[in-house]
Design a protein around this ligand. Structure first.
Ligand SMILES: [Mn+2]
Length: 365
């Protein structure tokens, strides 16, 4: 006798038709849903919000509102919002009593990276991050960490519902997968690859180019410069302070960029934004637990989370009372200790110019 495969001890695999039915049941009768993602939403978060908005608005008389908290910082993200003509509202500016339901996508309550509005409990959570503990009592939860992007997960619902998309939407979804998985190279699953291929025929390439190569301000380049100047290399782990960040997600971009250094397998980039020290951790080592490692780094101090190869977190200077330099030194100490590199003297200025030298590669990459 064949048994249906279990995804874990309790949860059976559901058909996408059944998932869609349950999703709709959880929101049945709700006419004013509020859709929210994690703070400082990235392209995948924005695409996920947009996808859910299209899905819920298939029902008659439903008008969904997408809101965000934090900053829409990166030029690419703003270009994507323009491309979709996506009307976003700041969480602080909405009146929660106007809405009758809350849908969280690309994040989970209690995960530390989402600011939920007061007074509305989430009815639906759809996410691809590791399962958090804040999901009890939520009527509909679909958390599957095997997906590299949340939009690939949400696309199952959209396809099941028979939704058709214009070129701009397809382009945005394509860009979301591309950026969340680094062109399918980082933590992409079979569904990400399938959808990516499928969307290829529908992408508006000029529009994609405008998003990917959106003009960036000087401040963008300055953070890279400061990060290079402040970097320290511990064997194959790079620690870099990018100074004052113009936008909180700059740390993530810098960490991605520094990880390309041929001598490293780990990169942590950090910087301050509005009284908080933000950091992003990246690894090239398959099976690295960046999410858990970054939680270990800020244990008892701040909040952190993420996936296997990419994670991020933040600490407040005032918890306990640190000034910037102290907080930074503490973060570096904790990073080095977590890596197990306490005994390794760092190279203090790894980007000092060495005329004519091609590489100092030692890691065997
Ligand atoms: Mn995501």
């Amino acid at each position: 006798m064949t048994q249906r495969r279990k995804t874990d001890g309790r949860r059976r695999r559901l058909a996408s038709s059944e998932r869609l039915r349950r999703f709709r049941a959880a929101l049945s009768g709700r006419r004013r849903p509020l859709i929210l993602s994690h703070n400082n939403p990235d392209p995948d978060a924005l695409a996920s919000c947009w996808g859910i908005k299209l899905l819920v608005e298939m029902e008659e008389d439903v008008e969904a509102t997408v809101c965000y908290s934090g900053l829409l910082g990166r030029a690419e993200n703003r270009a994507m919002i323009r491309a979709l003509d996506l009307h976003l509202h700041r969480l602080e500016e909405i009146d929660p009593t106007h809405f009758d339901s809350l849908v969280l996508v690309d994040c989970q309550p209690g995960a530390g990276n989402v600011t939920a509005p007061v007074g509305i409990a989430p009815l639906v959570v759809i996410d691809h991050h590791p399962r958090s503990k804040g999901l009890k009592g939520i009527p509909f939860v679909d958390v599957r960490a095997t997906f590299g992007s949340c939009i690939a997960l949400i696309y199952e619902y959209l396809a099941e519902a028979g939704l058709q998309f214009d070129c701009a939407t397809s382009t945005a979804f394509y860009y979301a997968i591309r950026s969340d998985t680094q062109e399918l190279g980082r933590e992409a699953g079979a569904s990400d690859r399938r959808l990516f291929r499928k969307l290829t025929s529908k992408v508006d390439w000029r529009l994609l180019h405008r998003i990917v190569h959106a003009p960036a301000p000087r401040s963008y380049y300055v953070t890279f410069k400061v990060a290079l100047e402040n970097a320290r290399l511990y064997r194959d782990a790079l620690f870099a302070d990018a100074g004052e960040l113009p936008i909180p997600d700059a740390a993530a971009e810098i960490a991605d960029w520094l990880l390309r250094l041929d001598e490293v397998n780990w990169a942590l980039a950090c910087g301050t934004y509005r009284g908080k020290l933000h950091f992003s951790l990246r690894s090239l080592i398959l099976g690295a637990h960046c999410g858990a490692l970054s939680q270990q780094i800020v244990a008892g101090w701040g909040s952190a989370g993420g996936h296997g190869l990419m994670a991020g977190g933040q600490v407040r200077f005032s918890e306990p009372s640190y000034d910037r330099a102290e907080a930074l030194a503490e973060l570096e100490r904790r990073f080095v200790r977590t890596m197990g590199y306490e005994e390794i003297p760092p190279i203090a200025d790894p980007f000092a110019v060495i005329p004519g030298e091609l590489s100092r590669k030692r890691t065997g990459r």
